[in-house]
Design a protein around this ligand. Structure first.
Ligand code: GCO
Ligand code: MN
Ligand code: MN
Length: 386
């Protein structure tokens, strides 16, 4: 019943199930697996797609011949398993060249190299079938604002996005960009720190229609924000091109935990938002197994992400079909229609009528809402007693 199927569009990055458990305090605990092995692992657990950074697939120092062999082997693995590549991205953070950022680096050579690397990575992604291209500016930030002007940083980011949109148009690629915000880690502060910042930034680009967002649960949670509200704003604006699902305790380091493993209730409202509003992009799990896991446990991690999503999806259907919950919602949203003559699109007549209407303000302030009763029903639904 909770088996992943292609229509669920569950995807993982090579870097997620391939994560070796390195952290700032410790060395890798799991051996490196090749991209081909990881594609087979993803097929075994029932995923639909695989995503990658250029250098997850092709090492940064690979020769053209090595590149061609790696890409051919990877394509064979995709053909053998039926796994597809819906999204690709560029690694603009691991190499020391990017220690001060890529598109916002103070070094014009680094900024140009970042454009070159991204154009090559876009070609690679498109060659493998990607339709969405993610930009996560992990190093686009500062530890001190003494050395970088934040307004210049915005202008440099815009210039890079405009350049790369033109590149995609010039090549005739069927590719859209999805910008991923994060408040910090690995930089002290990262520019365009939240999904809301990204949405505002996109509207200033030359081709805003080509660009949307890739929000990630952990990133808004790291900033102490309501992720579901950010995703809702993106959806309402037609900008939810991709989503990174994982989990994260508020106030902690960047955890990338299994989806739904920490904040089950917010995961429920997120799945409800996506499912009720017909989101039809990838459900991408940008997470990794605990450092204590071996590869059997990595598979349990990946299966767990998908299974929890599907269980929550079933809970959403129950919520929508629950007579008591729906009756409470009807009561909460009851509207006699008495205000319709005054509200909606503005007219001078409506405004005049509204100004002369007498409100019983004390009565307005007396109305309680049964949110406690409703929320307890949600909790009982999630706890499995409804
Ligand atoms: C992070 C980010 C990354 C990006 C990835 C794809 O916190 O490290 O979430 O995992 O999503 O680089 O762009
Ligand atoms: Mn992240
Ligand atoms: Mn991410």
């Amino acid at each position: 019943m909770y088996e992943p199927k292609p229509e669920h569009k569950f995807t993982f990055g090579l870097w997620t199930v391939g994560n070796q458990g390195r952290d700032p305090f410790g060395e890798p605990v799991r051996p490196a697996k090749s991209p081909v092995e990881l594609v087979h692992l993803l097929a075994e657990v029932g995923a639909w797609g695989v995503n990658f950074h250029d250098n997850d697939l092709v090492p940064i120092d690979a020769t053209p011949a090595q590149r061609d062999k790696i890409v051919a082997d990877f394509k064979q693995a995709l053909a053998d398993t039926g796994i597809i590549v819906p999204m690709a991205t560029t690694n603009l953070f691991t190499d020391p060249a990017f220690r001060d950022g890529a598109f916002t680096s103070n070094d014009s050579n680094v900024r140009a190299y970042a454009l070159q690397k991204t154009m090559n990575a876009i070609d690679l992604g498109v060659e493998l079938g990607a339709k969405i291209y993610v930009f996560w500016g992990g190093r686009e930030g500062t530890e001190t604002d003494a050395g970088k002007d934040p307004i210049t940083a915005i202008k440099r980011s815009r210039e890079a996005m405009n350049y790369l949109c033109e590149y995609v148009l010039d090549q005739g690629y069927d590719l859209k960009f999805a910008l991923e915000a994060k408040p910090n880690e690995p930089r002290g502060d990262i520019y365009n720190a939240t999904t809301g910042n990204m949405l505002a930034f996109i509207e200033t680009l030359d081709h805003p229609d080509m660009v949307g967002v890739n929000p990630e649960v952990a990133h808004e949670h790291m900033a102490g924000l309501n992720f579901t509200h950010h995703v809702a704003q993106a959806m309402e604006a037609g900008k939810l091109f991709h989503i990174d699902l994982n989990d994260q305790a508020f106030g902690r380091y960047d955890q990338d935990f299994r989806f739904g493993s920490v904040n089950l209730k917010s995961a429920f409202f997120l799945v409800k938002l996506l499912e009720d509003n017909g989101y039809d992009g990838s459900r991408h799990f940008d997470a990794h197994a605990y450092r204590t896991s071996d590869f059997e446990d990595v598979k349990a991690f990946a299966r767990g992400c998908m299974r929890t999503y599907l269980i929550l999806k079933e809970k959403v259907a129950k919520f929508n079909a629950d007579a008591e919950i729906q009756a409470l919602l009807a009561e909460i949203n009851a509207d006699s229609g008495a205000m319709t003559p005054f509200t909606g699109p503005y007219s001078a007549e409506k405004a005049a009528a509204l100004r002369s209407h007498a409100f019983d303000r004390a009565a307005l302030g007396q109305r309680g809402q049964p949110y406690e009763r409703l929320d307890q029903l949600v909790v009982e639904l999630l706890l499995g007693v409804r």
